[in-house]
Ligand binder design. Structure first.
Ligand SMILES: [Zn+2]
Ligand SMILES: [Zn+2]
Length: 233
């Protein structure tokens, strides 16, 4: 996500750096990485991202990278450090960590945007994010979650809700959403636009838009890699 000249990455599953490059963004362009939770499909490329910042040229990054996540991140990162040691250490001042509450709503003000977070129904550390730019545009990212009243509250009136929809309606699993559940939450939150994402392989054989239309009638996008969406509040 780009807000003014600041670039934010939400989660870094396998293949993230390659896709970033295809979108003309290097790891040195990133100012923030926000983690929704620590499952490998959301965090696996954190280690390669930091390692590639250090080698072969640790001087390429000039400004700090801030990593934000729910409480528990410091323990998670300590575990990675126990495995990788100094290979994932950057020069002093180049890596900042921000831990947000995982049991209550939380918020932080950054230079170009405000972030609000709320716990969602997935893992103990799981949080969803709402980013609001200086001009008032707002984007909400669900991360992984089951049906969540907290997410509905966080997303009230948002310009864009990027919501997971891991399985089709007929194959719902605990801890995740389906198109019609995501649609129901988008309707209750009165968002201006809904993007469904995080599709598991079973989604290939389903009509996700039709399932979502059972509960949501607003603008709807099924996410694809490298898609760009402009948000104007
Ligand atoms: Zn997950
Ligand atoms: Zn996931």
């Amino acid at each position: 996500m780009q807000v003014a000249n600041t670039r934010l990455l939400f989660d870094s599953g396998p293949g993230t750096m390659r896709r970033l490059l295809e979108a003309d963004t290097t790891i040195f362009d990133l100012n923030y990485v926000f983690y929704s939770h620590f499952h490998p499909d959301h965090s696996a490329e954190l280690v390669p991202l930091i390692f590639a910042t250090k080698y072969p040229d640790g001087n390429r990054r000039q400004s700090p990278l801030t990593i934000a996540a729910g409480r528990g991140f410091s323990d998670f990162f300590a575990g990675l450090k126990a495995v990788y040691g100094k290979w994932i250490e950057l020069a002093p001042g180049l890596l900042d960590f921000v831990e947000l509450d995982n049991s209550l709503k939380d918020s932080r003000d950054f230079r170009d945007f405000t972030v609000e977070s709320t716990p969602v129904e997935h893992n103990p550390e799981s949080i969803a994010y709402r980013i609001t730019s200086a001009d008032g545009s707002s984007v909400v990212y669900s991360g992984d979650t089951d049906y969540s009243e907290n997410l509905i509250e966080l997303a009230q009136g948002a310009d864009l809700l990027i919501c997971e929809s891991a399985q089709p309606d007929s194959l719902r699993v605990k801890g995740h959403l389906t198109p019609s559940l995501a649609g129901e939450m988008a309707t209750r939150a009165a968002v201006s636009k809904l993007v469904l994402t995080h599709f598991y392989p079973d989604c290939e054989d389903a009509d996700l838009a039709q399932e979502c239309r059972k509960t949501y009638s607003g603008p709807l996008i099924l996410a694809e890699d490298l898609m760009q969406i402009e948000v104007i509040g």
